[in-house]
Design a protein around this ligand. Structure first.
Ligand SMILES: NC(=O)c1ccc[n+]([C@@H]2O[C@H](COP(=O)([O-])OP(=O)(O)OC[C@H]3O[C@@H](n4cnc5c(N)ncnc54)[C@H](O)[C@@H]3O)[C@@H](O)[C@H]2O)c1
Length: 423
């Protein structure tokens, strides 16, 4: 087992120990059910042939078909794919969705691919893994460097291979091809709903505006920022891969989005009182109420990183931006964390709505999507709060606890040691 998965599982074990869950049920989640590794041949535009490493992991399907994105990234590896599939398992259970967890990846630098090469990689991934993908078995979605267009190619390839039209084999499709309106903003908006739902347990009484520093200004970050401003909060600093921009009285988010769309970076933004720096990593040192991590994994890795923080709470919109080694130093520093499996659960929640839409053949309206997101985020946050109240656990451990209890209940429903042990 890889180091990354091993580290990720420590949080599950912490929850299981605190809640006295039966070992044999939790052990079932120690290893993935199925991981398929493949080599995808890519014919480059210049005629040369390259072999790309690729994976699909179905981590656990106790609660339903496995669900999770496919990322194209030069550093992706089997350990990362399995770790992210493990997190999807916990997230889908916490969000109350009838899905298990999965993840896929191709080890490739997407920036070096032409559009036609990207299409060949997307179709090659489906040819390699079609045997485990299916609307009732394993349902992939976009992730890093994949989006609606890649899903359109993948659904098409899957239809050719299976001999039937199966748009429901993937989510995150373009709306014109069976996608759902509201999927793109769902992760950012869901993160805001989660923050509001737990704000008093983070120590923010009342409903006054909070000062927020935000790392990452892509899909999730921009939609979170818009929702935050609509709710009366102030974004005092934003970073992306180009660097950092800050304004002590709050940034004009619509203008910042426009500048990023036009110039490709937040540091191109200017105006009265706006400061920029090429040191994007300094965002974690920004004095603020809430630091929102919406870019990368492993940003806060240990006690040294925790010492740099000047926030009162953290919201994890990226997957695993805080590593387990930093959990205790954060607790000692009194910094509460809204964990990734809750804070970014809005994305897979609306993927579920898309899957339901595909199964019924009936389209969802914008307000139905928004209501579903609100309800699911509130329900998950409430379940976590209830367990925190009952057990005194921190928010992350309680979130894992809610997920584990649901998975364990489903496993136990097919018989327990007490029943089988009767002989
Ligand atoms: N989009 C979703 O639905 C969704 C769902 C669940 C989790 N997530 C997670 O949220 C994170 C962001 O996803 P996204 O869809 O917004 O991706 P994205 O590619 O749209 O945006 C990523 C952003 O991070 C920035 N970034 C990259 N390196 C950086 C660095 N060193 N410092 C600061 N910023 C940096 C990029 O400039 C960009 O603004 C990822 O970890 C992703 O796995 C996204």
């Amino acid at each position: 087992m890889g180091d990354m998965l091993s580290a990720a599982r420590t949080r599950m074990h912490r929850a299981a120990e605190n809640l006295d869950l039966t070992d044999e049920l939790v052990e079932r989640l120690d290893y993935p059910t199925e991981t398929l590794a493949a080599s995808i041949p890519l014919r480059r535009d210049d005629g040369s042939l390259t072999q790309l490493k690729a994976w699909r992991c179905r981590y656990d399907a106790t609660l339903g078909p496995t669900k999770g994105g496919i990322r194209f990234h030069e550093t992706v590896n089997q350990d990362e794919v399995q770790t992210l599939a493990f997190l999807m398992t916990m997230k889908c259970a916490l969000m109350g969705l009838p899905f298990g967890g999965g993840k896929g990846g191709v080890q490739v630098d997407s920036r070096e691919l032409s559009t036609m090469e990207t299409e060949r990689v997307a179709r090659g991934w489906v040819r390699a893994f079609a045997r485990i993908v299916s609307p009732n078995r394993d349902v992939p979605a976009p992730d890093v460097a994949t989006g609606e267009r890649e899903m359109a190619w993948m659904v098409d390839e899957y239809g050719h291979l299976s001999g039937s039209i199966e748009p429901n084999s993937f989510t995150g499709k373009p709306v014109a091809l069976g996608g759902i309106p509201g999927r793109t903003p769902a992760t950012g908006r869901g993160g805001m709903i989660a923050l509001e739902a737990v704000r008093d347990s983070l120590g923010f009484d009342g409903d006054g505006g909070l000062s927020i520093a935000l790392q990452g200004f892509g899909n999730a970050g921009t939609w979170f920022a818009k929702a935050a401003v609509e709710n009366g909060h102030t974004i005092v600093a934003v970073s992306d891969s180009s660097g950092l921009v800050r304004h002590k009285d709050g940034l004009d988010i619509d203008a910042l989005i426009e500048a990023k769309e036009k110039e490709g970076s937040v540091t191109s933004f200017s105006g009265d009182g706006v400061e920029t720096s090429d040191d994007g990593a300094a965002i974690i040192e920004q004095d603020c109420d809430v630091l929102v991590l919406a870019a990368l994994g492993g940003v806060i890795g240990d006690a040294d990183d925790v010492e740099k923080l000047a926030c009162k709470a953290i919201v994890e919109i990226a997957n695993r931006p805080i590593l387990p080694e930093a959990d205790e130093p954060l607790r000692d520093a009194g910094i509460d964390v809204v964990p990734d499996i809750l804070a970014n659960g809005g994305g897979v929640t609306i993927s579920h709505a898309e899957w339901v839409q595909g199964r019924t053949g009936l389209g969802w309206k914008d307000d139905e999507v928004a209501d579903y997101l609100e309800d699911k985020m509130q329900d998950a946050a409430q379940a976590v709060r209830d367990l925190m109240d009952q057990s005194g656990l921190d928010m992350r451990t309680a979130a894992y606890g809610v997920a584990l209890k649901r998975i364990c209940a489903a496993v136990s429903a097919a018989g327990t040691v007490e029943e089988f042990g009767k002989g």
